[in-house]
Ligand binder design. Structure first.
Ligand SMILES: *Cc1c(COP(=O)(O)O)cnc(C)c1O
Length: 363
């Protein structure tokens, strides 16, 4: 697929921008969006940037009925020298195509979409917030648009990228959360769609999350869908444990989503010479490690929070406190290293950040 030229239609009006220190997550959107369409005859065509607007949809559009859709999530940050930096965006595009493959959605030309993203951020650059901990959340997604109630892959699709300035995930600094092991519901099974970033995985996770929240827990710890024995993920994050000095994370098994933060954590730990293993880990092993005093840290990883330390684990109504409920050393070190690279305050030793067209944000 050759890279295609991107058409630009600028908005004649500009929305008021929120104050950088009053941002929430995903509630307000910038002035423009990127759109591209797909048809069997034309392939992906007409990549364009247009004013942010509602999209006309036929009520029979397949996405409304059978959920054939995929999405991504990444962030742009303002560096100290006022550059706009993206964190490993090519990884998100590669993953989008892996998700596409699983959902029978046609492959995208990642270069065209990355260029569209770059141009979109350039146009809406004044929306990238620069207060401590804030960022521009980027949501690329693809929906099936053919008006047809038959169960089959759609013959038409729309890819969109929308942008949302978001606040600091940790308003009062990084703090550990309470999580509950989920024994009834499962998020995904091997052979299912757990390793694709698709809307349906989220729809099916809501019930467990809702129940957990009414009990005062912030996330659920998902076990495997077959034996309900092995740990998979926490909420919509990957999970890591520090047991007796070694870092362990569940190996990718087809039902776990391969996080880009997860991959970055693995690379950093290896670089630091901290022992790290990807393997199966059962909930029983974890509880035993806690009882013998060897369970030193638990943390989740994902774009939204980067590192989310776990202070307490609830299993069969029994609480297990980790690290006295404090943030562990490795969690802290990883959080500082990754956010430092993302914001350009630490050397980018792995070449993870990509500057948005050397655009200097106006002060
Ligand atoms: C997106 C996602 C993650 C985290 O991926 P990152 O690339 O690190 O943001 C983990 N688990 C699930 C289920 C996800 O959807």
């Amino acid at each position: 697929m050759p890279k295609q030229p991107i058409r630009v239609e600028l908005s004649s009006t500009k929305k008021p921008k929120p104050q950088s220190d009053q941002l929430e997550f995903g509630k307000i959107f910038t002035d423009h969006m990127f759109v591209m369409d797909y048809s069997i005859d034309q392939g992906w065509y007409d990549p364009r940037i247009i004013p942010y607007q509602a999209i006309p949809m036929d009520p029979a559009s397949m996405v409304y009925h059978y959920g054939q859709s995929v999405f991504e999530g990444l962030k742009a940050y303002v560096s100290e020298d006022q550059k706009i930096l993206l964190f490993r965006p090519e990884k998100n595009m590669e993953r989008l195509n892996r998700s596409n493959d699983r959902l029978c959605i046609p492959q995208i030309d990642t270069e065209t979409v990355l260029e569209g993203l770059n141009e979109l951020i350039r146009i809406d650059k004044d929306w990238v917030p620069d207060a401590e901990g804030t960022s521009l959340y980027i949501r690329p997604f693809i929906i099936s648009t053919e008006p047809y109630l038959g169960v089959a892959p759609s013959s038409t699709y729309k890819l969109l990228i929308i942008l949302s300035p978001v606040g600091s995930y940790y308003k009062e600094g990084i703090h550990p959360v309470k999580i509950a092991v989920e024994n009834e519901f499962v998020r995904a099974v091997k052979g299912g769609t757990g390793n694709a970033k698709t809307a349906g995985n989220y729809a099916s996770s809501l019930k467990a999350q809702q129940v957990a929240e009414t009990k005062g827990f912030s996330q659920v710890l998902w076990l495997d869908g077959v034996e309900k024995k092995y740990i998979e993920e926490v909420g919509s994050m990957n999970i890591f444990f520090k047991i007796n000095g070694e870092i362990v994370t569940p190996e990718l098994n087809g039902s776990i989503l391969e996080g880009i933060t997860r991959n970055s954590v693995l690379e950093l730990l290896k670089h630091w010479g901290i022992p790290v293993t990807e393997r199966k880990i059962s909930i029983d092993e974890l509880i035993e490690a806690h009882q013998s005093g060897e369970l030193e840290e638990i943390f989740g990883t994902g774009t939204a929070a980067v590192i989310s330390p776990v202070g307490e684990l609830i299993y069969h109504d029994q609480p297990y406190v980790i690290q006295d409920g404090q943030t562990g050393e490795v969690s802290k070190k990883l959080y500082e290293a990754i956010t430092g690279i993302q914001k350009g305050t630490q050397p980018d030793i792995f070449g993870w950040t990509v500057e948005v067209d050397s655009v200097v944000k106006q002060a």
